[in-house]
Design a protein around this ligand. Structure first.
Ligand SMILES: Cc1cc2nc3c(=O)[nH]c(=O)nc-3n(C[C@H](O)[C@H](O)[C@H](O)COP(=O)(O)OP(=O)(O)OC[C@H]3O[C@@H](n4cnc5c(N)ncnc54)[C@H](O)[C@@H]3O)c2cc1C
Length: 388
């Protein structure tokens, strides 16, 4: 089929979290105000296909659309309950549909403010991307687009199932409306391990939005996904056990799977720049991605302004975090220590803000050492010897 030729300064391939987060920065960067932008995706997003939770200690780019925030959290095991104060952080939730709409409104506003600037959309599948000497080329079903830079979040490669460190963080959640006041909307349950742990590390994640409404999500770290009925049975059982005799409606369902791996996703090659999960922004040991995408987007713009190129080099400390992730993944994947006991110890032996900083790759070296020293020595030593 004949492809129509297009040319832009910047192409963003994939209008999900990373693509739109970067687009928001691009339209606010004065030094790029003359750059034309083309955003490509398969189709416009019309549904709330996911919710993002993350923690922040100050307002971020998406503050106006934060759906709910929590200042307290709990962690449960069969024997313990840990109450945590999150300050100075707040745990925040953004609904996917609000995020997509908000980003598109901002893009529309940027077009209105500067009608001469081309900010366009193309809804066609990307078939191939390639690098030429000075440009990158994106082939869609009907177009060949040339750009100075292509930022892409299309997950073209995930590691094979046999890859050394690879687990899925897979989950299915019910948005429930209980017919009684049972939740504390200020307190979320980060991990409730009072679910069977024999097959894999698994927990319930409970995010209350009001005293009657919550997202109750069954989450598992394992190499294989489960049938929908298995997650549903666990949630039903959990509700029966912890809210006996109460009736409820299920108003919405969320499901997903996030890769937890130290796999080396493609790195930037001159004009072709991976972002989001495809660019390695998912934290291997936790699956959290949203905050990493935000920081990576900021770093790309900062580097671009400073060096003339949107290329970010990883620091020594970032490489150290990658190594900590490998250790933790090794312990979880080989079940060298029970996941529930491990996360309990992590939060029990350290202050909550320090753990949150550590899990966001933002702790100091001294904090890293204190945290690592607070974890069980034997399994981590074993992991250390195995991954050398
Ligand atoms: C249900 C769910 C809940 C999650 N919750 C959290 C959370 O609470 N906190 C957190 O930190 N992380 C969470 N994550 C992980 C991560 O934040 C998300 O996966 C996030 O959306 C990743 O952003 P991304 O831009 O890399 O990928 P995506 O948001 O998936 O964007 C990729 C885009 O590329 C498009 N695309 C794909 N192939 C093509 C093609 N061939 N041509 C054109 N376009 C294409 C897709 O349509 C999509 O719009 C969650 C993931 C899921 C699936």
């Amino acid at each position: 089929m004949r492809q129509h030729a297009l040319s832009y300064d910047i192409v963003i391939a994939g209008m999900g979290c990373a693509g739109l987060s970067l687009a928001m920065r691009l339209i606010h960067a004065h030094f790029l105000s003359s750059f034309s932008i083309l955003l490509i995706d398969v189709a416009p997003k019309q549904e709330n296909d996911r919710t993002w939770c993350f923690w922040e200690d100050q307002p971020g780019w998406f503050e106006p659309i934060v759906y709910h925030r929590w200042t307290k959290a709990q962690l449960h095991t069969e024997q313990h309950i840990l109450h945590m104060q999150l300050q100075p952080f707040a745990y925040k939730m953004i609904r996917g549909i609000d995020f997509y709409r908000y980003a598109h409104e901002q893009l529309q506003q940027a077009r209105n403010n500067n009608p001469d600037r081309r900010i366009d959309y193309l809804y066609e599948p990307v078939l191939q991307m390639e690098r030429e000497e000075q440009y990158a080329i994106v082939h869609t079903t009907q177009h060949r687009v040339q750009a100075k830079y292509v930022f892409y979040s299309l997950l073209s490669s995930i590691p094979p199932a046999s890859y050394r460190y690879f687990l899925w963080q897979h989950f299915r959640g019910w948005f429930v409306h209980m017919h009684a006041s049972v939740f504390d909307p200020e307190c979320m349950v980060l991990m409730d391990f009072r679910v069977p742990q024999q097959e894999a590390t698994a927990f319930m994640y409970v995010l209350p939005f009001s005293d009657c409404d919550a997202l109750i999500e069954y989450t598992v770290f394992s190499p294989h996904l489960l049938d929908a009925q298995v997650y549903d049975a666990c949630i039903r059982n959990y509700l029966q056990t912890h809210y006996p005799g109460l009736t409820y409606d299920i108003t919405e369902i969320e499901k997903g799977a996030i890769p937890m791996t130290d796999y080396a996703f493609p790195t930037a090659t001159g004009t072709l720049i991976p972002i989001g999960t495809a660019g390695g922004q998912t934290k291997a040991s936790t699956g959290y991605t949203f905050s990493f995408i935000q920081r990576h987007s900021d770093a790309l713009i900062k580097a671009w302004e400073k060096t003339g190129k949107p290329l970010v080099k990883s620091t020594l400390h970032e490489r150290a975090f990658r190594w900590y992730d490998q250790l933790l993944l090794h312990v979880l994947q080989h079940r060298l220590y029970p996941g529930d006991a491990l996360f309990l110890q992590l939060f029990q032996n350290n202050s909550t803000p320090t753990v949150l900083r550590f899990l966001s790759n933002q702790s100091s070296w001294a904090e890293d050492i204190r945290i690592i020293a607070s974890l069980p020595t034997k399994p981590f030593l074993k992991a250390l010897l195995s991954i050398r």
